[in-house]
Design a protein around this ligand. Sequence first.
Ligand SMILES: Cc1cc2nc3c(=O)[nH]c(=O)nc-3n(C[C@H](O)[C@H](O)[C@H](O)COP(=O)(O)OP(=O)(O)OC[C@H]3O[C@@H](n4cnc5c(N)ncnc54)[C@H](O)[C@@H]3O)c2cc1C
Length: 475
Amino acid sequence: MVRAMTNTPSSPIHVVGGGLAGSEAAWQIAGRGIPVVLHEMRPVRGTDAHKGGDFAELVCSNSFRSDDAENNAVGLLHEEMRRAGSLIMASADRHQVPAGGALAVDRDGFAAAVTAALESHPLITIDRGEVAGLPPEDWDSVILATGPLTSPALAEAIRGLTGRDSLAFFDAIAPIVHFETIDMGKAWFQSRYDKTGPGGTGADYVNCPMNREQYEAFVDALLAGDKTEFKAFEGTPYFDGCLPIEVMAERGRETLRHGPMKPVGLTNPHDPTVKSHAIVQLRQDNALGTLYNMVGFQTKLKYAEQVRVFRMIPGLEKAEFARLGGLHRNTYLDSPRLLDPTLRLKAMPRLRFAGQVTGCEGYVESAAVGLLAGRFAAAERTGATPVPPPPTTAFGALLGHITGGHLSVEGEGPRSFQPMNVNFGLFPDIEPPKEPGRKLKGPERGAAKRRAMSARALADLAVWLAGDTSAAAAE
Ligand SMILES: Cc1cc2nc3c(=O)[nH]c(=O)nc-3n(C[C@H](O)[C@H](O)[C@H](O)COP(=O)(O)OP(=O)(O)OC[C@H]3O[C@@H](n4cnc5c(N)ncnc54)[C@H](O)[C@@H]3O)c2cc1C
């Protein structure tokens, strides 16, 4: 039998997992004229967090976080992705809902748009089914983008191959409230500092105020509340910036007032002369404006306790919850040791990894790593040598964290390498431009530095994108 020649532009690249990363990877590959088979196990087989069968389903918050490309690293990553022709960003921009300075989306409209784009692309074949072990040997180029909830059979196969344990641990998700059950006689609409941001109005969040007594009673209730215990996983780390609210409360009685319940930049119109001691914010979760999620209120309180404790919040006394908070598993590789600079598994280079399973964190970061993996695989397929983005770009900074930037602690295995959001700490340092007659200090210098890093990133990105010869067939 004559076998089809592999490694030609006409043989498909296989992408496993149609989440944020896999959807973006498939789009980038197909945009370069190369056929893709996208394997997604939903809805045939579900996960602990996904609800439907659409691609790029957002499993928790509907926020892509800050859209400020000048001063914020994730805002910069948004912009880099837009310039690189990202399907995820184009769909998010089309389905955004008001959220102050953040880019938040109508989750159903967003996922439906990604699904429609992928299903209608002539070079993308959709295969609905689980890849329940190592991909067959005749798949010569594979991107594994199966996310933090990678199916156990595939996770087991990867473990066997890498010889190192992928780390599984639990993370907590935030509750969603029906808007009509919020008492707007106590709560009010306002964005912190009245920030309008892209698509916002300056009044995009629902705010629930607390005085000192209410706050103290709430902290007591959180601390005493009945929690779901996962003894086997005690002591395991949570994602940075996604700590359960009761874990924050355990760290100190004031921690919440300086975190998700901080009262700054907001004035209660029902009582404008009195400063709130703490404020709970809820952000619009769907385009209709019927659902609001409790910002930063990830929790492992038991369901009945959540209802009891969260109804102590002024304005939420009669709240009905569309979804309560919960716990989930996270699986990711010890990537700095296992992956090469273009995300290939050193032990089996036909396999590339993308998305959260590589140890980036967040929707946007996962999609960005999918974008890079797709471009690398496409370049390789055309016989070109994939060139990683410069470390001065948000793409490069994130990739650097995954494939080399992290300093591993010997003997600690994957635990030493932690999932990370993109942040300016991952970028090479820069001197902010001098201002004649003035020496910038403190926060002013920090802000000037961030702006300089962002400008450098976009300039260097343009050079990198211009050199991507595999892009010829794109769009
Ligand atoms: C419960 C939960 C809440 C989170 N909350 C947030 C949040 O609020 N904000 C945020 O920015 N990030 C959040 N994250 C982290 C992360 O950003 C998301 O998980 C994101 O979806 C990761 O993108 P991904 O493409 O890597 O994985 P996913 O989007 O999970 O996509 C992986 C896909 O692979 C499929 N799959 C898995 N195994 C197989 C297999 N063997 N064969 C075929 N298909 C398979 C899955 O069905 C899924 O569709 C959360 C993660 C979890 C688990």
